[in-house]
Write a protein that binds this ligand. Structure first.
Ligand SMILES: Nc1nc2c(c(=O)[nH]1)N[C@H]1C(S)=C(S)[C@@H](COP(=O)(O)O)O[C@H]1N2
Ligand SMILES: [Mo]
Length: 199
């Protein structure tokens, strides 16, 4: 009896060790969107990288899907306190998209269809830390979860993972995006509990 309860406690703490402070585990996948789901047809879809004045890179759906993609298994953490462990995605890493972009600009504003924005330091989307994901659990990403494609930046709170992403604008200085302007933390590290500005 004692052995069984120790084993159970051991398994529980293994999962809990992966939970940032103040988070709980969920197995479902809640939908959190600030507005209606934009429906983007694949023949209109594009992803661009610009520096505020010039478009540096542009992909349509066909050329985007020809890029090297990879399978990703990551834990995700929403600021509303749910976390999901071991979620499976397929996407193109930002390293691939930024491979021949030469820039000194250290920040980026990600832009979505439907006008959502979120800011990130460029170093946080490089070195296998961020992807443009187009599949979840082996199936095309559902529109409610950001399909056809969304940003995935699992080391920060999930509001940074812009659904329906359509581009990134490189910037000389950090600047708040949609939720960051409404009081969410400018950076959003779940391990530091950076939920709101001032934390
Ligand atoms: N374009 C867009 N992206 C977004 C949001 C949004 O409202 N619009 N919400 C963010 C927030 S607050 C969260 S928690 C996650 C939720 O992703 P999900 O709906 O797939 O769970 O998407 C993020 N990306
Ligand atoms: Mo969120």
């Amino acid at each position: 009896m004692a052995i069984i309860s120790r084993g159970f406690a051991g398994r529980r703490s293994a999962a809990e060790a992966k939970l940032p402070p103040g988070q709980y585990l969920t197995t479902d996948f809640p939908v959190l969107s600030a507005g209606p789901t934009p429906h983007v047809s694949l023949d209109r879809w594009e992803f661009t990288i610009d520096d505020g004045s010039n478009v540096l890179k542009r992909w349509d759906w066909k050329s985007f899907r020809e890029l090297l993609s990879e399978s990703i298994t990551v834990d995700i953490h929403c600021v509303t306190r749910w976390s999901k462990l071991g979620t499976s995605w397929e996407g193109v890493s930002l390293d691939v998209l930024l491979a021949d972009v030469r820039t000194e600009l250290p920040y980026a504003m990600f832009r979505s269809y439907g006008d959502y924005t979120t800011n990130l330091p460029l170093k946080d989307v490089m070195n296998k830390q961020a992807w443009i994901a187009f599949k979840f659990n082996g199936a095309d990403l559902e529109p409610e979860h950001g399909g056809p494609a969304r940003l995935l930046v699992p080391h920060l709170y999930l509001w940074k993972s812009a659904k329906w992403v359509k581009g990134m604008t490189l910037m000389p200085h950090d600047k708040p995006g949609f939720w960051e302007s409404l009081g969410y933390h400018i950076y959003g590290d779940p391990w530091q509990e950076q939920r709101y500005s001032g934390e």
